[in-house]
Ligand binder design. Structure first.
Ligand code: SAH
Length: 418
């Protein structure tokens, strides 16, 4: 077993059970990519079993703080069983759940989502990469799923010296010959693509709605499961206040649009800069049996669209702002803060009195406090006053732990304009 020794004083983070050790904290020792090492303080005291990553700034990711624990196949089976047991208690109203949420489940660099009987995994650390085969076997056994797709194409893999990989690890869907397998009723063939629906497409249920998820081409592992509860809360709010005219910005495949239509909205606009995502959104309106005349898509930049709508004097009952990560880390916070403030100010300017803004940030680099301040500042600039109706977070199958504050990435505010 190789040993990595930390500089004096740099043991604090591991003693607080934070799983990362940065390059600058290491006094000596080396290992191969993903190899398990014993991490010790400058005086030889045991700190953790960890995986070594030779090219990453995050040089070590801790597997365990228990000296008696062995990092082997049984260890991964235990961690996976523990994560799945937590999900069992959550009573998620969907057949699709995040089973493994990286560091928060004690498995750094591993994300696994369940879509019906198919799993989709994303590996972003040398640590998890090294144990991929063992992890895959344990996941299939513990979950009872028959198929496992890998979506390890996130750019952060480059920082770990890993090349992208996508494809089936286990099982496979029957590949339909072009045009031979009809898509579900009401759904355009191939969701905007010519021919049959791809052999990587699964239909999932969330609340009383259905969505199509393409494991190969969807964002992340295919769908934003973290917004599941917030889509339900959005539907409840639209129904409660009798909202009709809804603007869903950064709509992706229209999750919040479906929620609005389900709650009685009759004029819903989905805005996104991805054509395929919008084709998917249209398909979702049909798949869920809503009137296509109640929904339209806009393939455009949100910032520009909001400005144009203000110029035209448009007004909405409810607006969703769910942008991509503007600040991947705290270093980007200042620029990101301006970008968040801009879109929130514009959105406030488009709401009628009594209307609601559902605004989100999924930036790890923007704290809940800072996000609140940014949105409050945007409201002041727009000349409105608003009541905080709710504070939102990621669905609980994306757990947060007290030892890993970076895991608290998604925050949302629901504001009702006076
Ligand atoms: N709310 C969605 C998830 C949003 S993900 C859901 O519930 O599923 C963010 C989306 O923003 C992506 O679909 C991406 O294509 C889109 N996007 C990124 N930058 C954009 C821009 N400048 N204008 C419009 N859409 C953008």
């Amino acid at each position: 077993m190789k040993v990595i020794t930390l500089r004096e004083g740099r043991e604090r983070s591991l003693l607080r059970r934070h799983p990362w050790v940065f390059e600058a904290s290491i006094a000596g020792g080396k290992a191969d990519s993903g190899e398990t090492v014993r991490v010790q303080a400058h005086d030889g005291r045991f700190l953790a079993w960890a995986a070594y990553s030779p090219s990453s700034m995050i040089r070590l990711r801790a597997w365990s703080f228990d000296e008696t624990e062995r990092i082997d196949a049984a260890f991964f089976a235990r961690r996976i069983a523990r994560a799945l047991a937590v999900r069992e208690t959550l009573k998620v109203d969907s057949d699709s759940v995040r089973l493994i949420h990286g560091e928060a489940d004690g498995l750094p660099g591993l994300v696994v989502d369940r879509y019906g009987d198919t799993l989709c995994a994303q590996i972003t650390s040398a640590a998890a990469e090294r144990w991929k085969g063992v992890i895959a076997e344990a996941l299939l056994k513990a979950s009872g799923a028959t198929r496992l797709y890998e979506r390890s194409d996130a750019s952060v893999r480059g920082l770990e010296g890993l090349s992208p990989r996508t494809g089936w690890i286990a099982g496979e869907m029957e590949a339909p010959a072009a045009g031979t397998r009809p898509p579900p009723e009401g759904v355009p063939a191939g969701l905007g693509r010519p021919g049959a629906r791809p052999a990587t497409c699964v239909t999932i249920r969330e609340h009383s709605w259905q969505f199509e998820v393409d494991l190969a081409s969807g964002h992340k592992t295919g769908f934003y499961l973290d917004q599941r509860d917030n889509r339900r809360i959005f539907a409840e709010t639209v129904r409660l206040f009798g909202y009709r005219r809804v603007l869903n910005c950064f709509s992706y495949t229209g999750g919040f649009s479906v929620a609005a239509l389900a709650a009685g909205a009759t004029d819903v606009t989905s805005v996104d800069s991805s054509g395929p995502a919008l084709a998917h959104a249209e398909a979702h309106v049909a798949l869920n049996g809503f009137d296509p005349a109640h929904h339209r898509t806009l393939d455009a930049d949100v910032n520009r669209t909001l400005r144009e709508m203000i110029d035209r004097g448009e007004r909405f009952d409810a607006i969703v702002l769910d942008p991509p990560k503007f600040a991947p880390s705290a270093a980007h916070a200042e620029r990101a803060a301006r970008a968040y403030k801009d879109i929130n100010r514009l959105a406030f300017g488009l709401l009628r009195p009594g209307g609601a803004l559902f605004t989100f940030s999924c930036s790890g680099g923007i704290s809940g406090d800072l996000f609140h301040k940014i949105v409050a500042g945007a409201g002041l600039d727009a000349g409105i006053d608003a009541r905080i109706h709710a504070r939102l977070a990621a669905a609980p199958d994306h757990p947060m732990t007290v030892t890993f504050p970076e895991g608290e990435y998604l925050k949302g505010l629901v504001l009702v304009v006076a």
